[in-house]
Design a protein. Structure first.
Length: 238
């Protein structure tokens, strides 16, 4: 009886183990697929498809995902860090985030002192970039001393290698065409207005010439909405 009982138990527990193995084997790939989809969705959501570079003296960049949400805020100088720390704009729509930046006490203070604000839309997806640029032009209506630009995402790598936001990097390239000895470190703490004044001094241009060439006098109170992809890029209107 003991031998028969043992044989009976061995046979039936063996069947149970064999029955469990296929079920577990089926669960492993299902769990792996779920994990991959979860991680893939996370990366998909947090991957910026456009970047909004904001420069006045605070320099920062907003990473915007394919759903028009701000998924990253990166500062490029101490003033940019202070501004970003005073705001809670992550996961907002980019228009709302930009409104908060423009309405911040720090930006208002700079603009009231005739400083110059440059906003550059850096896009990897053409359609989204064009739409964001058009929206931003509407956002800055009513704010003096502003200009809007567009650029391609590939061009940002060189700017970041210099430790600069894209807007300030474009200004550096313009300066270096006039004075090659100027470095990124030289302009990192300068306001965009100071940089533009230096460009004017080095090039011999005065503000009247600039105003005649497009009404974008950076010491005035008009609105400059440039559609240029500076330093080798395409015009926004093309």
């Amino acid at each position: 009886m003991i031998q028969n009982t043992r044989a009976f138990l061995d046979e039936n527990t063996g069947r149970a183990k064999r029955a469990r193995r296929p079920a577990i084997a089926r669960l492993v790939p299902a769990a792996a697929c779920f994990l991959l989809l979860t991680l893939g969705g996370y990366r998909y959501y947090f991957a910026p498809t456009s970047v909004i570079s904001i420069d006045i003296n605070p320099s920062l960049e907003l990473g915007v995902n394919r759903y028009d949400k701000v998924v990253s805020v990166k500062e490029y100088n101490e003033d940019g860090y202070k501004l970003a720390s005073s705001l809670d704009i992550r996961f907002m729509g980019y228009s709302e985030a930009l409104d908060q930046i423009l309405e911040s006490a720090e930006i208002k203070s700079y603009l009231s002192q005739d400083e110059w604000l440059t906003i550059t839309v850096v896009r990897s997806e053409e359609e989204q970039g064009e739409r964001i640029l058009a929206d931003i032009e509407g956002c800055v209506e009513g704010h003096g001393n502003t200009s809007c630009h567009s650029a391609d995402l590939d061009d940002v790598e060189a700017a970041h290698a210099e430790g600069l936001s894209y807007g300030k990097y474009c200004a550096l390239l313009e300066l270096q065409s006039l004075a090659p000895e100027i470095t990124a470190e030289d302009i990192q703490g300068m306001t965009m207005c100071e940089i533009q004044n230096l460009i004017q001094d080095l090039s011999g241009d005065d503000s009247d010439d600039q105003e005649e060439n497009g009404g974008n006098n950076h010491n005035g109170h008009g609105h400059g909405h440039h559609h240029s992809h500076d330093h080798g890029g395409k015009n926004h209107g093309e």
